[in-house]
Design a protein around this ligand. Structure first.
Ligand code: URA
Length: 298
């Protein structure tokens, strides 16, 4: 029985974690709101009753998942109204968690980032884990960078290498960084999601929201003075607003103690190089803030 039960137990623990319950129940605020969550909970509860590992699982979930399962199981008396899906809410990074008062000492920042990466592990917290991902793309660059670039999500090249912005868009980003008088190793680069969305589609709110807990901590560890959001997806998730890129460009926003500028995504600039001059204006605004001057032309 014991031998047989263990794989079941593990499978269920992973199943609950994949549903996000592992994280939510600790915060005591899990309310199934998407059809997948509601169906998943109802299904798992039904299977719990007949599983050989039911006793162990009941012990495991007692006082944690179980109350939510009861709330979540759709009955005639307690129908679940799938109202506005929770995952559709946009929450700015400023509102996600309090900004730590004390910075992490510069000498400890690399280790702090490594600890976050370790915690992410071989992540299965959101559907992107099952969508053909090869490598998790954590971030790249200086743990003490004054400037941080945040893109949307890894593409095929990044997924293969596990490093952000290493494909064609990455080459252009490197050129943009060089034009600012910096090296890639001077800045920190990350993405809204760390796993490649299939077909390079835009990350879903559910995926971005799941990943944001880690990006948020990366930002808090690095404590950049300036963040550049590359493209509208990065801007939307960081700022928690759905607005056109043009309305967000050309002015400062605030994000976790940093000044945030919005500019075009390098992949967009590859498709429409005429906009490079506009992007350069954005970068000049950033350079002014950081006291940078472009390198002399040779
Ligand atoms: N596009 C992004 O948004 N991020 C990458 O890392 C690569 C391409």
């Amino acid at each position: 029985m014991q031998v047989e039960a263990e794989p079941h137990l593990r499978a269920w623990v992973e199943y609950f974690r994949d549903l996000g319950i592992h994280d939510f129940y600790r915060r005591g605020e899990f309310v199934p709101s998407t059809r997948t969550e509601v169906d998943g909970l109802a299904q798992s509860r039904a299977q719990l009753a007949s599983s050989v590992a039911a006793v162990q699982i009941d012990t495991l979930v007692a006082g944690s998942v179980e109350p939510y399962l009861q709330d979540a199981t759709p009955t005639e008396q307690n129908p679940i109204t799938p109202a506005e899906p929770q995952s559709m809410k946009l929450i700015s990074f400023n509102d996600l968690a309090p900004f730590p008062a004390e910075p992490i000492a510069a000498v400890h920042r690399a280790a702090a980032l490594f600890a976050i990466q370790k915690e992410i592990g071989d992540c299965t917290r959101c559907p992107l884990a099952y969508a053909g991902r090869h490598k998790i793309v954590f971030g790249d660059g200086s743990p003490t960078a004054r400037l941080m670039f945040i893109g949307e999500g890894p593409g095929a090249d990044e997924d293969a290498k596990g490093i952000p912005f290493v494909g064609k868009a990455g080459q252009l980003l490197n050129n943009m960084i060089g034009a600012m008088g910096l090296a890639r190793t001077d800045v920190y680069i990350a993405n809204i999601v760390k796993c490649r969305p299939p077909g390079n589609r835009v990350p879903e709110p559910e995926e971005a929201n799941t990943c944001s807990q880690f990006l948020l901590r990366q930002i808090d560890v690095v404590r950049p003075e300036v963040i550049v959001a590359l493209g509208s997806t990065a801007a939307m998730y960081l700022l928690g607003v759905k607005q056109s890129l043009s309305s967000l460009r050309g002015r400062w926003h605030l994000c976790r103690g940093a000044k945030l500028a919005v500019t075009y995504h390098p992949a967009f600039l590859l498709r429409d190089p005429r906009q490079k001059a506009e992007a350069w204006k954005d970068l000049q605004m950033v350079m002014g803030e950081l006291g940078l001057t472009p390198p002399a032309r040779k």
